[in-house]
Ligand binder design. Sequence first.
Ligand code: BGC
Length: 769
Amino acid sequence: MKDYIKIDEWKIIEEGFDPHVHKVSESIFSLGNGRMGQRANFEEAYSGESLLGNYVAGVYYPDKTRVGWWKNGYPEYFAKVLNAANWVGIDVQLDGEQLDLAKCEVSEFRRELNMKDGYLKRNFTAKTASGKIVEVEAIRFCSMADDETGAIKYSIKPINFSGELTITPSIDGDVKNQDSNYDEKFWDEVSKEAKQDGGYVQMRTKKTGFEVATGMKFNLTLDGNAAEIIAEPIDKEKYVGTVVKLKAGEGQTVTLYKYAANLSSQNHPSDQLAELTYAVLDKISAKGFDTMMAEQAEAWAKKWELNDIIIDGDVSAQQAIRFNIFQLNQTYTGEDDRLNIGPKGFTGEKYGGSTYWDTEAYCVPFYLSTAEQRVTRNLLLYRYKQLGKAIENAALLGFKNGAALYPMVTMDGTECHNEWEITFEEIHRNGAIAFAIYNYVRYTGDEAYLADYGLEVLLAIARFWSQRVNWSEDKQQYVMLGVTGPNEYENNINNNWYTSTLAVWCMEYALEVIEKVKSIDNAKYEALVAKINFDIITEGERFKHIIANMYLPYDEKQQIFLQQDGYLDKEQILVKDLPATDRPINQKWSWDRILRSCYIKQADVLQGIYFFEDQYDIDTIKRNFDYYEPRTVHESSLSPCVHSILAAKLGDEKRAYEFYLRTSRLDLDDYNNDTEDGCHITSMAGTWMSVVEGFGGMRMREDKLSFQPFLPEKWASFSFHIGFRGITIKVTVSKDGVKVQNLSDQNIDLLVYGKEQTVAGGAEGIFAN
Ligand code: BGC
């Protein structure tokens, strides 16, 4: 754990330059706007350790799989969102001496991520080897108002010398992914142009053929006035730059305004990309940096209006929750149903920017409550459009008759994961996709979605489960063998309670939705049944038989659900008795030792209890929580949030708060010692859930929003906004009770502490327990 980030309500601040945490900071201070994003790499050259990262959403490359031993069914490729052209580069030479913080004496270093207005600012004073001192300020952002653009204002002030500054703004497409399997470069150059005041590079991805033009346009001022410069355009392979020379006196400030645009063939014809990029650059440079920044602040203000969570009395918690919300909004805006949410967003290469079950299990609740309905609908449609591939994927593994297995990791619907114990066995992801449909429909009331898209997906998933189980003569029940639950610290286990419970639920829900769709639009139902050749008699009956006869492991003695058949055979040493030096076990232990241990990576039984909470009484929840939590090492960032919500449900306010702190400051304080790979964007939605579902006790009950809040001891109050079926409410929890302000003009019916309440449009209600 590290704790160098300074506490502030709206800003993430780093003071003092420590190269050892530079890669961690590059992740934390990342920027994005849903369409593109980047790590907080320095603009000027830096020869120290750094992970260069610029990403364009949806632009990926299928990197050829590399495994030790090939197994039939492995995918040939792992699709990765690519490290794309670097548009932030500004090389600086002071009288011919390179400015490079790895080689300078650095003082007054300060990095600041302003989450309110959406920009990154960096200040420092550097003394070069020859003794020249400069002060630098760099401000940049990825525009939310115009998501194909970004801008930088870079100012340099010589402090103890007058001389020649050579400043080279550039676009550098000659980049590679650090995680490239065969050390290949993924981009080919298509065209480029270097000009006196800018230029562009157009690149094409190998294999997938995406083209992206990245361009820049710049201007310079000296003490705010147009500067006299000599500009010489230069180019190299995949690179354009303009070498600008000018004289600056001691104490004078040279400012470079660099405007950038990133246009992709996903959205524009390839042969017009260069021309369109120039047009966008002309437009934004005419607007100017200050106007763009004002638009940025305005766009963020709109986001915060719906998204903000205000915590009064605990600045550290306040900063953390805003950081989580900020990063989620930087990653996914829901504008485009071809896009999804990579677990690390635009903050690193890990997980390849691909889609995981994280989206459905963790992110959907966040977007349902904080964005327009179409945003979550787009996330669902993404999977609907990939149903064909999920059916092909299942067929490859031997499943038949339209059974679908959604991939563990994907970009375009094709499975990319290539570890057999996950690719073939971590099949619970199918259930999360069904659960998200349920969650969306229950929250929005959009039942038409079921008839148009949802049921088709649900039936394909139910078909998969019905084929994945087998009848055990011994048990006289259905069993599910050879699976991996969310707890990836056990593989190839039999009868994972979570997966089997989810499978049963999927079949039940599919049957329920059949009836629903029949009643909404029987013609649509008949058309679907004909299209997918679904036989309600034989298939429906099989679903029912499995539902009634599924084996779900249970330990009578301790009255807990059993994570899997063999769990109790394991040596049961609790996490608290593990030496601190052994943790995290995934960095300290051999894999076989982990697999044989009782340690749980992340919520597994408890994930199921979280999903289906209404099916269990409070004692059952408590027994399972008390049994599994002490065995859980939370080495997946997705774990603490579920524990926080369940602890809150159990009235264990202390532990709910501890888990909240852990989930919310996971990256800021680098809890798992891996933030340098990128931030855990999808788990940030879990942090939001910890506040709203945990402390706020928000649930859907009887077709209404229901709240059962409590106020953490350390907080004076907290409040959050919730969008629900066209209505926005603000909920404030304080020592005086719960205040619900209805910001819309329609009435809203709620349950607060179990009692029905109506808050009229524009009015507010105050409720006590
Ligand atoms: C977790 C998975 C998760 C993935 C991406 C893994 O460490 O175990 O559940 O889907 O990270 O976040």
